[in-house]
Design a protein around this ligand. Structure first.
Ligand code: NDP
Length: 286
């Protein structure tokens, strides 16, 4: 009983021992947020704006970015600019970072959040889509990091990577997406070690998210799974807090932390639980 009690206390302590974050530190901070036209990225932009940051946001749709920028200015952003870009293009990914550095006179936070659209269904063997999605969801992250690192080194800056529970635990219906998220975790987890070994000033925060109530996620899972989706606004706040306090990892909502912790303890029960939590009829669904 004593051992079990100690383990429980240790788990709770691990979960709640996150360093605190000074909101003032984000006033005037130079921040680049990707995928900021909708969803969690849009909420990230609004939080940074309220905290008085200087922002560059990007996504593909110029008209939507324009609206987000004007809201950011109303909310208190010191500056807010946008640059449309398609992250399937390596040159777009690089020029976004270049633009942010030039316009803001440097960079303190590189917040990598965008994802390309991907169908939610049994894998249909489309390798080309997987290749394209790797470009958008993974290679562009590496490209932007490479471009931003020298500047972030000068500013003691931070890279914040928005990842997913599907980058830690395998699940059905989103194989190309999950592959890109596993790639992100492998790449940025390794980069955390390399930067630490080089005594670098740059921090990397990897964010593991569960189901969040963005329009695109809600539309995808409809009919497949019935589980609670957590608010995008709160997810975004958690990401900002973890980045500003230079945590190496953050988990939102709470259950993602325990899911990762217990992932390999009982593989049979884990896999049963995953497969039984989805609605799927092989006779009807494709
Ligand atoms: P959304 O689909 O709402 O937003 C995606 C963003 O990426 C949009 O701003 C979109 O704008 C942009 N985008 C799409 N394609 C491209 C492209 N080719 N080039 C540049 N930008 C592009 O995503 P969420 O807000 O739901 O997710 C945000 C992050 O959170 C992602 O990293 C996701 O993996 C992660 N996450 C989300 C979960 C959820 O349940 N919502 C769960 C776990 C993780 P535009 O169309 O204008 O280009």
């Amino acid at each position: 009983k004593l051992l079990l009690g100690s383990i429980c206390v240790a788990f709770i302590a691990l979960r709640w021992s996150a360093p605190s974050f000074n909101k003032e530190s984000l006033k005037g901070a130079r921040v680049l947020v990707t995928g900021a036209s909708t969803g969690i990225g849009e909420q990230l932009a609004y939080h940074y704006a309220r905290l008085g940051a200087q922002l560059v946001i990007t996504a593909r749709r110029e008209n939507v970015l324009k609206q987000v920028v004007s809201k950011c200015l109303e909310m208190g952003a010191q500056r807010a600019l946008f640059i449309p870009a398609d992250m399937a293009s390596a040159s777009d990914a690089e020029s976004v970072v270049q633009y942010a550095i030039e316009q803001l006179g440097g960079l303190d936070y590189l917040v990598l959040n965008h994802i390309g659209p991907s169908p939610y269904r049994m894998w249909d063997g489309d390798v080309e889509h997987t290749r394209w999605l790797l470009e958008v969801n993974f290679l562009s992250y590496a490209q932007m990091t490479q471009k931003a690192l020298p500047t972030l080194e000068k500013s003691n800056g931070s890279i914040v990577v928005v990842s997913s529970l599907l980058g830690k635990i395998c699940g059905p219906f989103a194989l190309p997406y999950a592959a890109t998220k596993f790639a992100l975790n492998g790449f940025f987890g390794g980069l955390q070690h390399e930067l630490a070994m080089q005594k670098s000033n740059v921090s990397i925060t990897i964010c593991t998210l569960g189901l969040i109530d963005t329009d695109s996620a809600m539309e995808k899972i409809k009919g497949y799974i019935n589980m609670t989706a957590y608010p995008a606004q709160e997810a975004a706040w958690n990401i900002i807090e973890a980045g500003a306090s230079r945590q190496s990892e953050t988990f939102y909502p709470w259950y993602t932390f325990y899911a990762c912790l217990f992932r390999d303890w009982f593989p049979y029960f884990r896999d049963q639980a995953i497969q039984n939590s989805y609605t799927y009829n092989p006779q009807v669904d494709k």
